[in-house]
Design a protein around this ligand. Structure first.
Ligand code: AHR
Length: 609
């Protein structure tokens, strides 16, 4: 097989700076209990709904019916989070050892680490003087890692308690408990425990953010996906409810992925995350459509106004009405939102086109520089409405996605550009993240690089999954539990593309002397590193189960090749269905070696798969 690369400047083309990014959706507990470092699950006792009595899950009670009575009522000091927990201690001096109370096991346990600081905030009300013990313990409460005593002066109003807990010892599945040994009544609300050490102090779990940073994502698409749409409109993500002080956010039940989120990871935090990643924010907003209900275009005006407000929140000066809310949250500088997606997978619904046009013209007028993204696929024919970009989603088996590397070859070169905002191999071929999936996805990406005159952006989906949840969407890019994480082969594959955005792509042709089909995909890019050295990267995907001898023949290079700085990086494994796991996170990862025979014309053996 011969792979010809024409690296001459005349055929070179710059890839958009934004080509590759990441898509964060609140699904698979990727945010609440994942990227967002809050350790208390259902911190405001709102997850059971606003009516009482309500289910306080996963909070549980320490003590029995004769020693403690716990109930929910609607006496909170927070208007939007009206449910509070009332705890009545019935025992007095005869309480069981350690007292009675409540505990929260977090999201499948709290990762509490020796010597680290954890910030506790909670709201308490007690008409009589109360002495509360707040502890971090093992999951069964038998081992104490940290304890503090809080004295609550008897008052009829709520007080905010702020304390630090520094555990002695590590436990990956700890719980937070609040106990008392004295008769009396105490109310609790908004009980939060956050590690002091989060990324830039912004509340993001360090290890997970560093995985994202390593990908050098050029954009962050958020917050969904289906999460944006909702099964019903009343359960769709609403940015306005997710900003401001965390205690005052209402939280909501995301009925697409069927779990409650306190929206601690809200619109502001997504914008902050984009900034922290050096990624351009792509705000996907609800277009007035969900899976089961739609807002008639005749009544869409309030939704349009709401989106304009969200853009003012992000981009307005600190003196504007919504910009001042952002400034009060600690970010006086605007967030540079340059892209907005009008809905997600809504094309074809009764009111999509009508609603789309209303959003489109209002945003275009107020923010002419914002690139607007339509949900309708424009890859095979022109759209019937104006757009700067169109969404293209593909979930397919490996063979299909491999063959889709040519999808954009024939797409019209005029009109809106493609945003491949969700792509992945799924179902059988994907397992929980196989090498096979990564191979097909890599081939597909080489096609996007080559067609990046019409494909402006692309991102894999979904990004994160908490391994502890029962029902998982497979595969995902990053798998985590309370304290560990690993990248699936798709993650490591994407790492080999991280220099692609903004680089130069060169034409490649694959030819074979044998008559049998060659299942290879390839692309070639050049870019300049920070020290101003030029690099050529040739990526080859061998989709076959046999090794392939490839003659790489590069013409038009503007400089000689420095063998000492030439490397080969291989991702493969003995079985194409191999996956990474917590016990073997490095089973399928890139392996780098020096390429001693690097030359403009060279022979390489490309391993099977
Ligand atoms: O990525 C998972 C889901 O797939 C997204 O929420 C949705 O847009 C698509 O159907």
């Amino acid at each position: 097989v011969t792979l010809k690369i024409d690296a001459s400047p005349k055929l070179a083309r710059k890839i958009p700076d934004t080509l590759l990014g990441v898509f964060f959706e609140e699904m698979g507990r990727g945010g609440a209990g994942g990227l967002w470092a809050e350790l208390v699950s259902n911190r405001g006792f709102e997850a059971g709904g606003p009516n009482t009595p309500s289910n306080i899950d996963p909070w549980l009670i320490i003590g029995d019916d004769s020693s403690i009575f716990v109930e929910t009522d609607r006496t909170s000091c927070f208007r939007k989070n009206i449910v509070a927990l009332r705890m009545e201690v019935l025992c007095n001096n005869d309480c069981p050892a350690g007292g009675v109370g409540i505990y929260n096991p977090g999201f499948w346990g709290m990762n509490i680490e020796d010597g680290k600081t954890y910030n506790l905030v909670m709201y308490v009300k007690s008409p009589q003087t109360a002495s509360l013990t707040v502890s971090l313990t093992s999951s069964d409460g038998s081992r104490n890692l940290a304890s503090i005593t809080i004295l609550v002066a008897g008052k009829s109003n709520w007080i905010k308690v702020k304390q630090k807990l520094v555990p002695q010892g590590t436990d990956r599945t700890s719980r937070l408990q609040i106990t008392s040994e004295k008769k009396g009544v105490v109310w609790f609300d908004q009980v939060s425990l956050m590690p002091a050490d989060t990324y830039k102090g912004h509340g993001f779990r360090n290890g997970l953010v560093s995985m994202l940073l390593d990908l050098k994502p050029r954009f962050l698409r958020f917050p969904g996906g289906c999460f944006v749409q909702g099964g019903w409109l009343r359960n769709a993500f609403r940015w306005r409810e997710s900003i401001g002080p965390w205690e005052e956010r209402s939280g909501h039940f995301g009925d697409c992925w069927n779990y409650w989120t306190d929206d601690g990871l809200g619109y502001f935090e997504f914008l902050q995350l984009s900034e922290d990643l050096g990624a351009s924010p792509i705000w996907v907003f609800n277009s007035g459509l969900s899976y089961n209900d739609e807002v008639d275009t005749a009544a869409i005006a309030p939704f349009v106004k709401d989106v304009l407000d969200s853009l003012e929140f992000a981009r307005g000066s600190a003196n504007s009405s919504w910009g001042s809310v952002r400034a009060a949250m600690g970010h006086p500088e605007p967030f540079p939102v340059k892209y907005a997606a009008i809905g997600n997978e809504d094309c074809g619904k009764q009111f999509y086109n009508g609603n789309y046009l209303k959003f489109y013209s209002a945003i275009r007028e107020a923010y002419p520089d914002i690139q607007l993204i339509s949900n309708c696929d424009g890859s095979s024919g022109p759209l019937d409405h104006p757009a700067d970009l169109y969404d293209f989603h593909v979930y397919a088996d490996a063979k299909t996605l491999f063959s889709m590397k040519n999808t954009f070859d024939k797409t019209s070169r005029i009109g809106p550009k493609a945003f491949v905002s969700e792509y992945a191999v799924w179902k059988t071929d994907a397992g929980r993240g196989t090498l096979l999936a990564a191979l097909a996805e890599a081939a597909f990406l080489t096609g996007l690089e080559k067609n990046s005159d019409v494909v402006e952006m692309a991102c894999h989906a979904p990004l994160f999954v908490n391994d502890d949840i029962e029902k998982k969407w497979n595969p995902d890019v990053i798998v985590f539990n309370t304290w560990q994480h690993y990248g699936t082969p798709s993650y490591w594959m994407q790492l080999l593309f991280r220099e692609s955005s903004g680089s130069i792509v060169h034409p490649t042709t694959i030819s074979s002397s044998s008559s049998s089909n060659v299942s290879l995909a390839a692309s070639a890019i050049t870019w300049k590193d920070s020290d101003n050295s030029s690099f050529l990267r040739v990526k080859i995907v061998n989709f076959e189960s046999v090794a392939v001898q490839v003659t790489i023949s590069t013409t038009g290079l503007q400089a000689s090749i420095d063998v000492l700085r030439s490397t080969a990086t291989v991702i493969t494994s003995s079985n194409v269905m191999d996956e990474n796991s917590f016990s073997n996170p490095n089973k399928v990862v890139p392996v780098k070696s020096q390429l001693f025979d690097a030359a403009a014309h060279m022979q390489v053996t490309v391993a099977p798969h």
